[in-house]
Structure formats: structure tokens, C-alpha cells
Design a protein around this ligand. Structure first.
Ligand SMILES: [Zn+2]
Length: 184
């Protein structure tokens, strides 16, 4: 299933308290109740909240996606819901597409040949030579870095965009600014 993934711009960010963050996101109506999912479904997953459709803008015609668990297939994760992902022990680079294209944060030089990513997560631009952390490169919404991610399952790349209000809400409750990307 495709996902829309939120990550803090500071890749080291982890919430001081996941449960407080979840409560705040429920209060704003981004998250609804916890999904009482079958054992076969891992992770901490929530139904979408009452304000979800005003915090995320669907492009084009009405979305042809399910917004509630599928009654006939209780184990199916193929509906729009939100997963609060487990905190990772170290920063990870999450790649959402096979063809990564990025731009250097200093000179905007386009890098299109990412055959292997540096383990140090730092890379010196081929053009200007300035070394930047991978989280600083502009990945055109196809990748992101971090230790903590919030994923909206069931959304294809560019199918829906978070509103600036949602990004502000995230920033307010976490005290850090956020970005997003898509996993196909
Ligand atoms: Zn550069």
C-alpha cells in the first residue's frame, strides 16, 4: 500500500511522549480512535479523525479510497488510516521511489545517480563540494530521513497534499517543523 509519510525536518527528532503527541493529533481531528486491528496487522494504527479531510487535500475528483476498515476483509490494511511508527534507534533514510532525484541545498545542483547512499548520511555535492546531511537535500517528496515517522496509509504519490495548517499543527505540538514524502 502506498503511504504519505510525515517526518520532522530535524532527522534526530523524536517525540518526548508519543502518547501526548497522539492525544494532540486526536484533539485536532487528524487522528480518530485507535484501530482495533487484528493481530496480523502490526504497529500502532489509528482511524482518520473528523477533521482529516480538511487537513489533507485530495487532488482531482473524489478519492476512490476507503476511509474506514473494510468490514468483509478485517485484516486488510487497504484503507486510509494513520500509523504512528515506532521510534528508531538511529536516523534512517527512507526511500519511496526507485529513481531518486535530489537537489543540493547549497547550489541546487541536480543529483540523479544515487546508486548507493553514503552510510554516514552525509554527501559532498558533485558541483559545489559542500557536504550536507541527506536530510538537507531536496528529494522532491520521494524520500526522507528521521527516527520518527507518521504514515498515512492508502495515499498514492501526489494524490493528496497535507495543508499548511496540518504542518503548522504538527509543528505546534512537537515544537519542530515537518516535511512529508510519498512511498509508492
Ligand atoms: Zn552543491
Amino acid at each position: 500500500m502506498p503511504k504519505l509519510v510525515f517526518c520532522a525536518k530535524n532527522p534526530e527528532y523524536v517525540p518526548a511522549s508519543s502518547s501526548e503527541l497522539i492525544r494532540a493529533l486526536q484533539k485536532t481531528g487528524f487522528l480518530g480512535e485507535k484501530w482495533q486491528s487484528p493481530d496480523s496487522v502490526s504497529g500502532e494504527r489509528y482511524l482518520i479523525g473528523d477533521s482529516f479531510l480538511s487537513l489533507v487535500t485530495f487532488m482531482g475528483c473524489a478519492p476512490a479510497i476507503e476511509l474506514e476498515p473494510i468490514a468483509e476483509q478485517p485484516e486488510s490494511t487497504e484503507f486510509c488510516h494513520v500509523e504512528i511508527e515506532e521510534i528508531k534507534s538511529a536516523v534512517e533514510f527512507i526511500q519511496g521511489s526507485d529513481h531518486l532525484i535530489s537537489r543540493c541545498p547549497h547550489c541546487r545542483h541536480r543529483h540523479a545517480s544515487w546508486n548507493s547512499l553514503p552510510e554516514t548520511m552525509k554527501y559532498s555535492c558533485d558541483k559545489c563540494g559542500v557536504e550536507s546531511h541527506l536530510s538537507e537535500y531536496d528529494w522532491k517528496k520521494t524520500a526522507g530521513c528521521g527516527r520518527f515517522f507518521i504514515s498515512v496509509h492508502g495515499i498514492y504519490p501526489q494524490e493528496a497534499l497535507p495543508t499548511s495548517h496540518l504542518l503548522q499543527v504538527l509543528e505546534k505540538i512537537s515544537d519542530t517543523s515537518w516535511d512529508y514524502f510519498y512511498i509508492q
